[in-house]
Ligand binder design. Structure first.
Ligand code: SAM
Length: 244
Protein backbone atom coordinates (compact mmCIF):
# COMPACT_ATOMS: atom_id res chain seq x y z
CA UNK A 1 0.00 0.00 0.00
CA UNK A 2 1.51 3.32 -1.07
CA UNK A 3 0.51 6.48 0.75
CA UNK A 4 -0.71 8.68 -2.12
CA UNK A 5 -0.26 11.94 -0.23
CA UNK A 6 3.34 11.18 0.75
CA UNK A 7 4.12 9.91 -2.76
CA UNK A 8 2.69 13.05 -4.41
CA UNK A 9 4.54 15.34 -2.04
CA UNK A 10 7.88 13.51 -2.56
CA UNK A 11 7.45 13.46 -6.34
CA UNK A 12 6.67 17.18 -6.54
CA UNK A 13 9.46 18.12 -4.10
CA UNK A 14 12.14 16.14 -5.95
CA UNK A 15 11.00 17.34 -9.39
CA UNK A 16 11.02 20.91 -8.04
CA UNK A 17 14.53 20.55 -6.58
CA UNK A 18 15.77 19.55 -10.04
CA UNK A 19 14.11 22.35 -11.97
CA UNK A 20 11.45 20.00 -13.37
CA UNK A 21 8.52 21.04 -11.15
CA UNK A 22 6.88 22.91 -14.04
CA UNK A 23 6.37 19.59 -15.86
CA UNK A 24 4.03 18.26 -13.14
CA UNK A 25 0.40 19.10 -12.39
CA UNK A 26 -2.35 17.34 -10.44
CA UNK A 27 -3.32 15.01 -13.28
CA UNK A 28 0.27 13.96 -14.03
CA UNK A 29 1.06 13.48 -10.34
CA UNK A 30 -1.92 11.16 -10.08
CA UNK A 31 -0.83 9.30 -13.22
CA UNK A 32 2.62 8.72 -11.70
CA UNK A 33 0.96 7.42 -8.53
CA UNK A 34 -1.23 5.00 -10.50
CA UNK A 35 1.77 3.92 -12.59
CA UNK A 36 3.70 3.13 -9.41
CA UNK A 37 0.86 1.11 -7.87
CA UNK A 38 0.40 -0.87 -11.07
CA UNK A 39 4.12 -1.46 -11.70
CA UNK A 40 4.66 -2.78 -8.17
CA UNK A 41 1.56 -4.98 -8.33
CA UNK A 42 2.61 -6.49 -11.67
CA UNK A 43 6.18 -6.84 -10.44
CA UNK A 44 4.90 -9.38 -7.90
CA UNK A 45 3.82 -11.62 -10.79
CA UNK A 46 6.82 -11.28 -13.14
CA UNK A 47 10.02 -9.29 -13.32
CA UNK A 48 9.48 -5.69 -14.46
CA UNK A 49 11.89 -3.69 -12.35
CA UNK A 50 14.61 -4.45 -9.82
CA UNK A 51 13.90 -1.09 -8.18
CA UNK A 52 11.00 -1.35 -5.74
CA UNK A 53 11.80 1.32 -3.16
CA UNK A 54 9.52 4.33 -3.78
CA UNK A 55 12.24 6.97 -3.40
CA UNK A 56 14.46 5.05 -5.83
CA UNK A 57 11.58 4.67 -8.31
CA UNK A 58 11.07 8.45 -8.19
CA UNK A 59 14.77 9.24 -8.56
CA UNK A 60 16.10 6.51 -10.87
CA UNK A 61 13.05 6.00 -13.08
CA UNK A 62 10.77 9.06 -13.03
CA UNK A 63 13.22 11.91 -12.54
CA UNK A 64 15.73 10.40 -14.96
CA UNK A 65 13.05 10.03 -17.65
CA UNK A 66 11.63 13.50 -16.90
CA UNK A 67 15.05 15.09 -17.50
CA UNK A 68 15.08 13.29 -20.86
CA UNK A 69 11.46 14.28 -21.64
CA UNK A 70 12.29 17.94 -21.02
CA UNK A 71 14.93 17.84 -23.76
CA UNK A 72 12.62 16.53 -26.51
CA UNK A 73 11.61 18.97 -29.24
CA UNK A 74 7.95 19.97 -29.47
CA UNK A 75 5.72 17.61 -31.45
CA UNK A 76 8.47 15.04 -32.11
CA UNK A 77 7.81 11.40 -32.99
CA UNK A 78 10.00 9.07 -30.95
CA UNK A 79 10.69 5.36 -30.86
CA UNK A 80 11.87 3.83 -27.58
CA UNK A 81 13.98 0.75 -28.32
CA UNK A 82 13.99 -1.91 -25.57
CA UNK A 83 11.36 -0.11 -23.49
CA UNK A 84 11.16 -2.92 -20.90
CA UNK A 85 8.71 -1.78 -18.23
CA UNK A 86 8.12 1.46 -20.17
CA UNK A 87 11.19 3.58 -19.50
CA UNK A 88 11.43 6.22 -20.78
CA UNK A 89 8.14 5.75 -22.75
CA UNK A 90 5.59 5.93 -19.95
CA UNK A 91 7.02 8.96 -18.07
CA UNK A 92 7.56 10.76 -21.39
CA UNK A 93 3.92 10.05 -22.34
CA UNK A 94 2.70 11.36 -18.96
CA UNK A 95 4.80 14.52 -19.14
CA UNK A 96 4.62 15.34 -22.87
CA UNK A 97 1.25 14.98 -24.56
CA UNK A 98 2.65 16.70 -27.68
CA UNK A 99 5.02 13.76 -28.40
CA UNK A 100 4.03 10.61 -30.34
CA UNK A 101 5.72 7.59 -28.80
CA UNK A 102 6.27 4.10 -30.15
CA UNK A 103 7.57 1.73 -27.47
CA UNK A 104 9.31 -1.42 -28.71
CA UNK A 105 10.53 -4.52 -26.94
CA UNK A 106 11.14 -8.12 -27.93
CA UNK A 107 9.39 -9.40 -24.77
CA UNK A 108 5.61 -9.71 -25.21
CA UNK A 109 4.89 -9.66 -21.47
CA UNK A 110 6.58 -6.29 -20.99
CA UNK A 111 5.00 -4.80 -24.11
CA UNK A 112 1.54 -5.96 -23.01
CA UNK A 113 2.15 -4.39 -19.63
CA UNK A 114 3.16 -1.08 -21.27
CA UNK A 115 0.15 -1.18 -23.60
CA UNK A 116 -2.32 -1.90 -20.79
CA UNK A 117 -0.74 0.70 -18.52
CA UNK A 118 -0.94 3.36 -21.24
CA UNK A 119 -4.63 2.52 -21.71
CA UNK A 120 -5.28 2.64 -17.96
CA UNK A 121 -3.64 6.08 -17.73
CA UNK A 122 -5.34 7.44 -20.87
CA UNK A 123 -2.06 7.87 -22.76
CA UNK A 124 -3.44 7.58 -26.30
CA UNK A 125 -0.27 9.04 -27.88
CA UNK A 126 1.77 5.96 -26.86
CA UNK A 127 1.66 2.71 -28.82
CA UNK A 128 3.56 -0.40 -27.80
CA UNK A 129 4.79 -3.06 -30.21
CA UNK A 130 6.37 -6.50 -29.71
CA UNK A 131 9.28 -6.44 -32.13
CA UNK A 132 12.99 -7.09 -32.29
CA UNK A 133 14.73 -3.77 -32.88
CA UNK A 134 16.92 -5.05 -35.72
CA UNK A 135 13.88 -6.51 -37.51
CA UNK A 136 11.70 -3.40 -37.20
CA UNK A 137 14.41 -1.10 -38.54
CA UNK A 138 14.34 -2.77 -41.96
CA UNK A 139 10.54 -2.61 -42.30
CA UNK A 140 9.41 0.21 -44.61
CA UNK A 141 6.79 1.43 -42.12
CA UNK A 142 9.47 2.11 -39.48
CA UNK A 143 12.66 2.77 -41.44
CA UNK A 144 13.77 6.41 -41.20
CA UNK A 145 10.30 7.43 -40.01
CA UNK A 146 11.09 8.93 -36.56
CA UNK A 147 12.44 12.28 -35.42
CA UNK A 148 14.13 10.54 -32.50
CA UNK A 149 15.12 6.99 -31.55
CA UNK A 150 16.00 6.55 -27.90
CA UNK A 151 17.15 3.74 -25.65
CA UNK A 152 17.86 3.43 -21.95
CA UNK A 153 19.91 0.61 -20.44
CA UNK A 154 19.66 -1.72 -23.44
CA UNK A 155 23.14 -2.39 -24.85
CA UNK A 156 26.61 -0.92 -25.35
CA UNK A 157 26.86 1.99 -27.75
CA UNK A 158 28.17 0.09 -30.83
CA UNK A 159 25.28 -2.40 -30.63
CA UNK A 160 22.75 0.28 -29.75
CA UNK A 161 23.81 2.45 -32.68
CA UNK A 162 23.17 -0.38 -35.13
CA UNK A 163 19.81 -1.17 -33.49
CA UNK A 164 18.56 2.43 -33.40
CA UNK A 165 19.91 4.67 -36.17
CA UNK A 166 17.96 2.97 -38.97
CA UNK A 167 14.71 4.28 -37.45
CA UNK A 168 15.81 7.94 -37.55
CA UNK A 169 15.01 10.39 -40.36
CA UNK A 170 17.99 12.23 -41.85
CA UNK A 171 18.34 15.33 -39.64
CA UNK A 172 16.77 13.50 -36.68
CA UNK A 173 18.52 12.22 -33.56
CA UNK A 174 19.43 9.04 -31.75
CA UNK A 175 19.50 9.68 -27.99
CA UNK A 176 21.10 7.11 -25.69
CA UNK A 177 20.51 7.35 -21.94
CA UNK A 178 23.76 5.85 -20.68
CA UNK A 179 25.63 4.97 -17.52
CA UNK A 180 29.19 5.36 -16.30
CA UNK A 181 31.21 4.29 -19.36
CA UNK A 182 29.45 6.58 -21.83
CA UNK A 183 32.52 8.47 -23.07
CA UNK A 184 34.52 5.29 -23.61
CA UNK A 185 31.56 3.61 -25.35
CA UNK A 186 31.03 6.61 -27.59
CA UNK A 187 34.70 6.61 -28.69
CA UNK A 188 34.38 2.93 -29.48
CA UNK A 189 31.20 3.50 -31.47
CA UNK A 190 32.54 6.16 -33.89
CA UNK A 191 32.82 3.64 -36.71
CA UNK A 192 29.32 2.23 -36.09
CA UNK A 193 27.91 5.77 -36.06
CA UNK A 194 29.59 6.62 -39.37
CA UNK A 195 28.45 3.37 -41.07
CA UNK A 196 24.85 3.82 -39.90
CA UNK A 197 24.66 7.40 -41.25
CA UNK A 198 25.32 9.25 -38.00
CA UNK A 199 27.16 12.58 -37.89
CA UNK A 200 27.80 14.97 -35.01
CA UNK A 201 27.69 13.62 -31.48
CA UNK A 202 27.25 15.39 -28.14
CA UNK A 203 27.29 14.17 -24.56
CA UNK A 204 25.44 15.97 -21.78
CA UNK A 205 26.10 14.96 -18.17
CA UNK A 206 22.69 15.17 -16.53
CA UNK A 207 22.98 15.60 -12.76
CA UNK A 208 19.96 14.70 -10.64
CA UNK A 209 19.56 14.88 -6.89
CA UNK A 210 16.96 13.62 -4.45
CA UNK A 211 16.56 11.81 -1.13
CA UNK A 212 20.18 12.65 -0.28
CA UNK A 213 21.54 10.99 -3.42
CA UNK A 214 23.12 12.37 -6.58
CA UNK A 215 22.99 10.64 -9.96
CA UNK A 216 24.99 11.60 -13.00
CA UNK A 217 23.54 10.18 -16.18
CA UNK A 218 25.21 10.96 -19.50
CA UNK A 219 22.85 11.53 -22.41
CA UNK A 220 24.53 10.89 -25.78
CA UNK A 221 22.94 12.49 -28.82
CA UNK A 222 23.89 11.47 -32.37
CA UNK A 223 22.53 13.52 -35.26
CA UNK A 224 21.66 11.54 -38.39
CA UNK A 225 23.56 12.93 -41.35
CA UNK A 226 22.78 10.51 -44.19
CA UNK A 227 20.57 7.52 -44.95
CA UNK A 228 21.43 4.18 -43.39
CA UNK A 229 22.77 1.88 -46.13
CA UNK A 230 20.69 -1.19 -46.98
CA UNK A 231 22.02 -4.29 -45.26
CA UNK A 232 21.95 -2.50 -41.86
CA UNK A 233 21.05 -3.34 -39.21
CA UNK A 234 22.35 -6.87 -39.64
CA UNK A 235 20.89 -9.95 -37.91
CA UNK A 236 21.32 -9.90 -34.13
CA UNK A 237 23.93 -12.68 -34.00
CA UNK A 238 26.21 -10.52 -36.19
CA UNK A 239 25.42 -7.28 -34.35
CA UNK A 240 26.36 -8.76 -30.99
CA UNK A 241 29.25 -11.03 -32.03
CA UNK A 242 30.87 -8.61 -34.43
CA UNK A 243 29.82 -5.10 -33.43
CA UNK A 244 30.56 -2.46 -36.06
N1 SAM B 1 14.58 0.70 -21.20
C1 SAM B 1 14.10 0.00 -20.01
C2 SAM B 1 14.62 0.66 -18.76
O1 SAM B 1 15.42 1.59 -18.87
O2 SAM B 1 14.23 0.26 -17.66
C3 SAM B 1 14.43 -1.48 -20.06
C4 SAM B 1 15.87 -1.85 -19.98
S1 SAM B 1 16.08 -3.60 -19.95
C5 SAM B 1 17.59 -3.74 -19.10
C6 SAM B 1 16.52 -3.95 -21.65
C7 SAM B 1 15.31 -4.28 -22.52
O3 SAM B 1 15.72 -4.30 -23.88
C8 SAM B 1 14.69 -5.64 -22.23
O4 SAM B 1 13.32 -5.48 -21.94
C9 SAM B 1 14.92 -6.44 -23.51
O5 SAM B 1 13.86 -7.33 -23.79
C10 SAM B 1 15.05 -5.34 -24.56
N2 SAM B 1 15.85 -5.69 -25.73
C11 SAM B 1 17.15 -6.07 -25.77
N3 SAM B 1 17.55 -6.30 -27.03
C12 SAM B 1 16.47 -6.05 -27.83
C13 SAM B 1 16.25 -6.11 -29.25
N4 SAM B 1 17.21 -6.47 -30.08
N5 SAM B 1 15.02 -5.76 -29.71
C14 SAM B 1 14.03 -5.41 -28.85
N6 SAM B 1 14.19 -5.32 -27.52
C15 SAM B 1 15.39 -5.66 -27.01
Amino acid sequence: MIDEKAFSSDLNRVFGENGLGGMLNLKRTEQFYRLTVRMLEENEKYNLTAITDISKIILNHYLDCAAFAKRLPKGASIIDIGCGAGFPSLPVAILRDDIRITAVDSTAKRVNYVKETAELLGLTHLEAIVMRAEEGAIKPEYREKFDIACARAVAEMRVLTELCLGYVKVGGKFMAMKGKNAEFELKDAKRAIAIMGGGDTATEEIKLTGFGETLTHPLITVTKRSKTPSGYPRVYAKISKKPL
